[in-house]
Design a binder for this molecule. Structure first.
Ligand code: UD1
Length: 417
């Protein structure tokens, strides 16, 4: 088991480069299964989740190779439509293969995804959408099997703008007969990236980034060479790192429009944020103002930044309230922050945070990826040493986290026991 030992008290200063987006690259890698050629994906972050997606593609028969941040997937040899329980358990995002496999083979068999530490996370909206396209599903022995004579375009209204369901339905309908319309679609930047990637392969998709997406089915999808967008959550995490340590950090390779809700909150807190086309500079202030935060689907405040903001608000001035509307059970980091001295009370879907002067280092455990990031941030500002355990969660989604923090002057070391 590995841990991070973080020594608090250093101001983060300097500049770093943001990596490619985890949440963009996972559906894109799954989408390579739609083509029967060789696809090259650039700016791929080296993450545990990406390694699992490679393994999943290989288990289906694809030939996958990686050189530095470029992954090449030859999907021609894919001949299996089944994803094993062991792979499904390693990563929920394997559900992204449902759409592509159904589109290509009219068939898919996956182990039922369970819940995870941030809530039950059902896939009913994915299934409802795929059923509307003509797939029939049966369940048994923990597996879910989908079959279709052929997929046919349909009008689909999502009950909630689910990111994963929107992506799965987009991919499934690329080769469906006729036109598919997804209403109340998710509008996240990763959906636009998926549209750009699929259109680059020859798909006919319009509307990503709005709540109506139209997909005209095509016969075939070709090979592509594609570069994924920068990671807006990694960007946001480093923005908070700069703010919480009263630092001065320049982030390169960012798309500022994707971070607008985060920039707006930091400005409201009195933090100095400036940006141009592809850089963001964050300069902290000695005392940050407390604010209220409510997570919402994009372009609202991202749930994936909620834990990091909880750390920041723990040491801000006054009382703040965070309301989590996306996931049911996403406050486990509050218990760990409390162990570091934070004054946080949870009431149903809200966290009431009374800012204190400083946190104090201790042993804490990451319960999921972003909770882990929040604890590392807490360690950077806390007095003494903080040991963050279960950092395999953090390795799922941050490329070179400790190298980047060290480059900015933070003290963080990985230890294995
Ligand atoms: C994606 C992101 C995740 C982010 C989340 C919300 C990836 C790989 N992951 O996850 O980092 O936190 O968006 O921005 O892109 N829901 C249902 N039924 C469904 C699908 C979802 O009830 O069929 C519910 C979920 O339980 C959750 C909410 O809808 O409460 C949002 O989920 P969704 O937008 O689907 O998130 P993911 O795609 O799983």
């Amino acid at each position: 088991m590995s841990s991070f030992i973080v020594e608090g008290g250093n101001r983060l200063t300097g500049e770093i480069e943001i990596s490619g987006a985890k949440n963009a690259v996972l559906p894109i890698l799954a989408g390579t299964a739609l083509s029967s050629g060789e696809n090259s994906i650039q700016q791929v972050p080296k993450l545990r989740d990406v390694r699992v997606m490679k393994e999943v593609l290989e288990s289906l028969g694809a030939k996958v190779s990686q050189e530095d941040n470029v992954i090449t997937v030859n999907s021609r040899l894919i001949d299996s439509c089944e994803i094993s329980e062991s792979l499904m358990r390693k990563m929920r995002a394997t559900v992204f293969l449902m759409g592509p496999l159904l589109a290509r083979f009219n068939q898919v068999r996956i182990s039922q995804p369970g819940g995870c530490s941030i809530g039950p996370r059902p896939i009913d909206l994915h299934i409802k959408g795929l059923k509307a396209l003509g797939a029939e599903f049966t369940e048994g022995n923990g597996y879910l099997e989908g079959k279709a004579e052929e997929l046919v375009g349909a009008e689909i209204h999502l009950d909630f703008p689910s990111v994963g369901a929107t992506e799965n339905i987009m991919m499934a309908s690329t080769k469906a007969k006729g036109t598919t319309v997804i209403r109340n679609a998710a509008k996240e930047p990763e959906i636009i990236d998926l549209q750009n990637f699929l259109n680059g392969m020859g798909a006919k998709i319009r509307g990503a980034g709005t709540d109506v997406i139209k997909i005209k089915g095509v016969e075939e999808l070709n090979s592509i060479n594609y570069t994924v967008i920068p990671d807006r959550i990694e960007t946001g995490t480093f923005m908070v790192a700069a703010a919480v340590t009263n630092g001065d950090v320049l982030l390169q390779n960012v798309i500022p429009e994707h971070i607008e809700p985060i920039i707006a909150k930091l400005l409201e807190m009195g933090v100095d944020v400036k940006h141009n086309q592809d850089q963001i500079k964050v300069v902290g202030v000695p005392k940050i103002k407390g604010v209220d935060v409510k997570t919402l689907p994009y372009p609202g405040f991202p749930t994936d930044m909620q834990p990091q903001f909880m750390t920041l608000l723990s040491v801000a001035d006054g009382t703040s309230v965070i309301t989590e509307t996306i996931f049911e059970n996403r406050f486990k980091h509050a218990d760990e922050l409390r162990r570091m001295g934070a004054d946080i009370k949870i009431e149903s879907r809200s966290a009431i945070i009374k800012g204190i002067d400083n946190l104090s280092g201790t042993i804490v455990e990451a319960s999921d990826l972003r909770a882990g990031a929040a604890l590392v941030l807490a360690g950077l500002v806390a007095e003494d040493k903080t040991e963050v355990r279960n950092i395999y969660h953090i390795d799922r989604g941050y490329e070179d986290l400790e190298a980047k923090i060290s480059k900015l002057g933070g003290q963080i070391n990985r230890v294995s026991k």
